[in-house]
Design a protein around this ligand. Structure first.
Ligand code: TYD
Length: 214
């Protein structure tokens, strides 16, 4: 089972992933927990280039670095884990490119879909959980997190974008969910972490049961 989590900064993806990891393990499943950008052997370098406020990247460079990170991630980590029968839980994936580089930076979304197809080599998630919350609230939480962890320079390039940018990101994810209703499920990320975990777990259990019946 291949599950991705998407949503804006500060939507609580990391906390939810940890909770889902525990629940899958308690249910006897082996989990590969991973994220984009940065999980593969060359990913740490790509992540630093992509997220540091010290990077001045052309939009095209940013796009190709995210795609390169994804292609390597698929080959090195996701595909082998799925072949070994693991549940793969991935913090951000191809939808982030469609939304951030499409709705955020303005690249043509059909072009992005084609480029993503190359990067994922035909392997799309079974389920994508989209954590939705107002952009003001997400940014507030993300900036608080970065200040506490001292990440503001190293990983703050997207948090430094305007509220208008993040409003487009939210709308982009909601539009994407409307376009892919079978794969994407929108969750209310203003709920308490434990409630959000219960919501997400209920969705994954019902979909797993459905898949078994097929
Ligand atoms: P990260 O620190 O992982 O943020 P978060 O905890 O919010 O997930 O940073 C990843 C950033 O990169 C995030 O702001 C979204 C952006 N991004 C893209 O613009 N395109 C992409 O394809 C991906 C995977 C991420």
């Amino acid at each position: 089972m291949f599950v991705t989590l998407e949503g804006m900064e500060g939507s609580g993806k990391s906390t939810l992933l940890k909770g889902l990891n525990q629940r899958f393990q308690a249910a006897g499943r082996t989990v590969t927990l991973t994220r984009e950008p940065g999980a593969s052997s060359i990913g740490a370098n790509l992540r630093a280039m992509l997220l540091s406020t010290r990077s001045t990247l052309a939009n095209e460079t940013e796009l190709f670095l995210f795609l390169a990170d994804r292609a390597q991630h698929m080959t090195e980590i996701i595909r082998p884990a799925l072949q070994a029968g693991h549940v793969v839980l991935c913090d951000r994936f191809a939808d982030s490119t469609l939304v951030y580089q499409g709705y955020g930076r303005g690249f043509d979304r059909r072009l992005l879909a084609t480029l993503n197809d190359v990067a994922v080599s035909g392997l799309w998630p079974d389920t994508t959980l989209i954590l939705d919350l107002p952009p003001e609230e997400g940014l507030r939480r993300a900036l608080q997190r970065n200040n506490t962890s001292g990440q503001s320079d190293d990983e703050g390039r997207f948090e430094a974008e305007t509220l208008a940018f993040h409003t487009r990101i939210r709308e982009g994810f909601l539009e994407l969910a409307r376009q892919h209703p079978q794969r994407c499920v929108v969750l209310d990320a203003t709920r308490q972490p434990e409630q959000l975990l219960d919501d997400a777990w209920a969705v994954l259990c019902s979909r797993a049961a459905f898949q078994k019946q097929d």
